[in-house]
Design a protein around this ligand. Structure first.
Ligand code: GUN
Length: 283
C-alpha cells in the first residue's frame, strides 16, 4: 500500500517559507514583489486557476494584479500589453494564462515576455537554459514535481523514469529535470506502441497525458513512485490520469488528485516570483 504524498501540506510549507522571505526582500530592495496575471476570456478552468494564484500571492504577501481582457483582444494588443509590463519597473513577474483564444499565437505572446519576468518558465530562453543547465526560471509544474520527489528522498540516479505525455508545459521539461538527477528517462505519448510494457518497466511514472484514469494498477511495477499530473474534469469532479485506487496497491509513493501536483504548481509559482524579483532588483 502506497504512502500518499500530500501536495497540499508540502505546498503549505513552501508557501510559508516564501511568506517568511518577503519582508526581508522588501526591506532590502524597498519594493514588494509584484506578479501580474493576464487572463484573456472567461474559460472557467482558467478563471479558477487564476483565482487560486491570486489568493496564494495575497496570503504570501506578494502583490498581485489580475488583468482581465475580452476574448476579442487582438494579438497585437496583447503583445503591446506584455511589452508595457516588461517595461514597468514595478512588475517582477508576468503570467499570461493559457490557453489563449485561437486567433492569438500563444508562442508569439510568450516570446514577448521579458525572460527575467517569465515566472512560468515558458520563454524560449528559459527553455534553452533548462536544457543546457544554465540559470533560468523553471516551469512551475515540473519544479513542483521535483520538490515532491525530493520530499520523499527518492534516489533517481540510474532509475527508470517514464513520462507519459510530451507537452511543453510538463512532459518535455520534467524530462530535463529528471535527467539532471541522472534518471534514465523515457517519454511515452499517444503513439507509443506498448504503454503498459513501458509503465511496468518504470521505477518512477509521471502521468501527464490528460486522460482520466489511463494508468491503472496492473500497469505499475511493485514499489514504483507514481506522480499524477492529470486534471480531468469528469461529471464535475477532478480526476487524475492515474486510477488512484488500483495504483496505490502497487506503488510505494503516489500523489492524489486533487491535493497532489496542483498545489505544488502554485507554490513553485510563488518561488519563481521571488526569484524573478531578486534577479531584477539586484541589478
Ligand atoms: N494553463 C494551465 N497551466 C498553466 C500554467 O502553468 N501557466 C499558464 N500561464 N497557463 C496555464
Amino acid at each position: 500500500m502506497a504512502t500518499v504524498i500530500d501536495g497540499k501540506a508540502l505546498s503549505k510549507e513552501i508557501r510559508a517559507q516564501v511568506k517568511d522571505q518577503v519582508p526581508a526582500l522588501e526591506k532590502k530592495y524597498g519594493k514588494t514583489p509584484h506578479l501580474v496575471v493576464v487572463l484573456v476570456g472567461e474559460d472557467p478552468a482558467s478563471q479558477s486557476y487564476v483565482r487560486a494564484k491570486e489568493r496564494a500571492c495575497e496570503r504570501a504577501g506578494i502583490r498581485s494584479t489580475k488583468l482581465t481582457k475580452d476574448p476579442s483582444i487582438s494579438e497585437e494588443e496583447l503583445i503591446n500589453l506584455v511589452k508595457s509590463l516588461n517595461e514597468d519597473p514595478d512588475v517582477h513577474g508576468i503570467l499570461v494564462q493559457l490557453p489563449l483564444p485561437d486567433h492569438i499565437d500563444a508562442n508569439k505572446v510568450i516570446d514577448t515576455i521579458e525572460q527575467k519576468k517569465d515566472v512560468d518558465g515558458f520563454h524560449p530562453l528559459n527553455i534553452a537554459a533548462l536544457q543546457i543547465g544554465t540559470p533560468g526560471v523553471l516551469p512551475a509544474t515540473p519544479k513542483g514535481i521535483m520538490t515532491m520527489l525530493e520530499s520523499i528522498n527518492v534516489d533517481l540516479q540510474g532509475k527508470k523514469a517514464l513520462i507519459v505525455g510530451r507537452s511543453n508545459i510538463v512532459g518535455k521539461p520534467i524530462a530535463q529535470l529528471l535527467l539532471r538527477k541522472h534518471a534514465t528517462v523515457t517519454i511515452a505519448h499517444s503513439r507509443t506502441k506498448d504503454l503498459k510494457k513501458e509503465c511496468l518497466d518504470a521505477d518512477v511514472i509521471i502521468a501527464a497525458v490528460g486522460r482520466a484514469k489511463m494508468i491503472t494498477g496492473d500497469m505499475i511495477k511493485e514499489g514504483a513512485v507514481v506522480i499524477d499530473v492529470g486534471v480531468n474534469r469528469v461529471d464535475g469532479k477532478l480526476i487524475g490520469d492515474v486510477d488512484f485506487e488500483s495504483a496505490k496497491e502497487k506503488a510505494s509513493f503516489i500523489t492524489p488528485v486533487p491535493g497532489g501536483v496542483g498545489p505544488m504548481t502554485i507554490a513553485s509559482l510563488l518561488q519563481n516570483t521571488l526569484e524573478c524579483f531578486e534577479v531584477l532588483e539586484s541589478k
